[in-house]
Design a protein around this ligand. Structure first.
Ligand SMILES: [Mg+2]
Length: 310
């Protein structure tokens, strides 16, 4: 049954010139693109933590999300997607059907972004579905975006809009690959991160890495319509803006750029996506907000963090 599954997986992967030895051997052999650096990222998604397999979350969506979050990390480095490998722990019950769905979800997104599946490992166990993907991308030497390059005086720019991802975008993740590559080709970017755990939390991580602080212009933060819907339903009365600042899983790009470059980027959509200036990098540390009346206040970053003991 496992052999059968693996054979079908291999058969469903289109041949790719980047693979000197294709999937099916003990290991794949990759031809690295000439004159470029390799960018590597790994993510693990677990049923019960990152998704809940069931009527509102199919194996197809899990496969899509597993690859999409890795692609989002490549986008945050301005890397072009090249090759991925996947490890999947399938529940014994309906494992074959689940595995098929996960693979189909991965392959559809892989085709869209020109990344090829070079191989993987499939196990079955009595536990829940776990999917881990390692994705490789490439960048010209020295061209990868990093978290630690923001300067005081840079403007902060975010793609799309944030908040309310739990209404569906947390599964139907759209990695900003096309946007990142287009921005990298035409704009100067000092620092970048993808918004996975919450706009304010990921901003605080970028500022900490850069040794800078930030002041957010609250009125400028693009709020996703889903954040408005969630706020209207909310028992704990979070405002749409709170959802935009803390929900996470938006998988938007957050960039620190020289002011003139930021304004130029915000002037017109790139790859069909709007970019919005939401604040400024400052010397010092920590986050603060500029309120509608012009006064400022400290902002405690909020978002999702994996909790563990010890
Ligand atoms: Mg990331």
């Amino acid at each position: 049954m496992e052999l059968d599954f693996v054979a079908r997986v291999i058969a469903s992967i289109p041949p790719d010139p980047r693979l000197e030895v294709p999937p099916g051997d003990d290991a794949a052999v990759i031809r690295p693109p000439a004159g470029r650096r390799t960018v590597v990222t790994v993510d693990m998604l677990m049923d019960g933590v990152d998704f809940r397999l069931g009527s509102d979350c199919t194996p197809l969506q899990v496969g899509h999300k597993a690859l999409a979050v890795s692609l989002s990390d490549l986008a945050a480095m301005a890397a072009r997607p090249e090759v991925a490998v996947a490890a999947v722990a399938l529940p014994r019950h309906q494992g074959d059907e689940i595995g098929r769905g996960v693979l189909d979800g991965m392959l559809a997104l892989a085709a869209r972004h020109g990344i090829t599946l070079a191989g993987g490992d499939t196990n079955a166990w009595d536990g829940p579905l776990v999917v881990s993907i390692t994705a490789l991308g490439s960048v010209p030497p020295g061209a990868a975006w990093r978290r630690d390059g923001a300067h005081a005086g840079d403007l902060l720019v975010v793609s799309g809009a944030c908040g309310g991802s739990l209404l569906g975008r947390h599964l139907a993740v759209t990695p900003r690959i096309d946007e990142a590559l287009a921005v990298a080709a035409a704009f100067e970017v000092h620092a970048a991160i993808d918004v996975s755990d919450g706009l304010s939390l990921d901003l605080s991580r970028m500022m900490l890495a850069s040794g800078t602080g930030a002041i957010l212009d609250l009125a400028a933060v693009p709020i996703h319509p889903d954040a408005v819907i969630m706020a209207a339903r909310d028992a704990d009365r979070l405002a749409p803006l709170d959802h935009a600042l803390g929900d996470g899983e938006d998988f938007e790009l957050l960039l620190a750029m020289p002011a003139a470059e930021a304004l130029r980027l915000a002037a017109a959509p790139v790859a069909g996506t709007r970019f919005t200036v939401i604040g400024e990098v400052t010397s010092g540390s920590g986050l603060s907000v500029r309120q509608a009346d012009g006064t400022t206040a400290a902002l405690a970053p909020r978002g999702y963090e994996h909790a563990f003991d010890g």
